[in-house]
Design a protein around this ligand. Structure first.
Ligand code: ZN
Length: 296
């Protein structure tokens, strides 16, 4: 006997699940891909994009903007998606933890996939290095190239948290290979990092962690956007001025409490003067950048 739900098995009323629909162009009947096919295609691209579950909710429309740098970075992300795939430069978001760098990177990637069918892939840098390293074990059948190929060739690559990896010659070489290949093939790369863009070789700086050469490559292939804000993880998603004030007083991440400032003495005293001025104003300012004030 025939399954009574048989007639429900066809899910698309437009194409009856063939994936093709008939359209009329200049009075001539032609076939085109049905929306359902496009949707399924986007879904499979999304599945292959390796977006971690904890970032699954990240969209451009739900990115929270509290500061000017967040607004500027968001605008760049929106623009990149609009222009994709004809985009001159990728983006590099840098700034402290919790300002939304990864949110933006994931969101623009997801939208490029859904709207433009981008072949995109997300990798947290330390995880990528671990996967490559794991291929050196005798027991594994995956080759280094199998891991690296999609990273080198993706139309859009997101490298998350560059600069947290422990330095070694091998790490330098592997990251250098990825950056250099994508640079010379002119492939679009979006990077997030906590590294600091200072003209010195101190730990935590681009030059110390990546070297001058890779840094200058990144300058050429990406537009650098600093993002700062008070840390949403510290003050909650919708902080009140009292929350911000409390955070400024107590958090070790607050510039007030930060030890070993990387600012030159002059910039540092400027920053302090600014902070004092704001305190005297007697109100917390949501636009107050979370760090390195006065270094612009
Ligand atoms: Zn259909």
């Amino acid at each position: 006997m025939r399954d009574p739900s048989y007639h429900d098995a066809v899910t698309c009323a437009i194409c009856e699940d063939t994936g093709w629909k008939t359209i009329t162009v200049d009075g001539v009947s032609r076939v085109a891909r049905c929306e359902c096919w496009q949707q399924q295609f986007s879904q499979s691209l999304l599945k292959n994009a390796r977006i971690p579950r904890r970032y699954a909710h990240c969209e451009l429309s739900n990115f929270e903007i509290h500061t000017d740098t967040q607004r500027a970075a968001h605008q760049k992300a929106v623009r990149l998606v609009e222009q994709f795939p004809v985009v001159e430069k990728g983006l590099l978001f840098y700034g402290d933890a919790g300002v939304g760098k990864t949110h933006l990177a994931v969101a623009l990637m997801r939208e490029a996939i859904i709207r433009k069918s981008a072949r995109a892939v997300f990798y947290e840098v330390r995880e990528l290095l671990k996967l490559v390293r794991d291929t050196y074990r005798d027991s594994t059948e995956t080759s280094e190239l199998e891991i690296l190929k999609p990273v080198l060739e993706a139309e859009l690559l997101v490298l998350d948290d560059l600069g947290l990896e422990k330095k070694s010659e091998w790490v330098d070489e592997t990251i250098g290979l990825v950056i250099n290949t994508r640079y010379s093939e002119r492939r679009l790369t979006v990077i997030t990092t906590n590294l600091q863009d200072v003209e010195s070789t101190e730990p935590g700086s681009f030059i110390f962690q990546l070297g001058l050469r890779t840094r200058s490559r990144l300058k050429e292939m990406c537009e650098w956007m600093r993002i700062d804000s008070v840390d949403a993880r510290d003050v909650g998603r919708y902080p009140t001025p009292e929350d911000i004030e409390h955070w400024q007083k107590t958090s070790p991440a607050s510039p007030k409490n930060r030890r070993g400032s990387s600012l030159p003495p002059k910039a540092s005293s400027q920053a302090k003067a600014q902070l004092r001025k704001r305190e005297n104003d007697g109100r917390a300012d949501l636009k107050w950048p979370g760090g390195r004030a006065g270094s612009r």
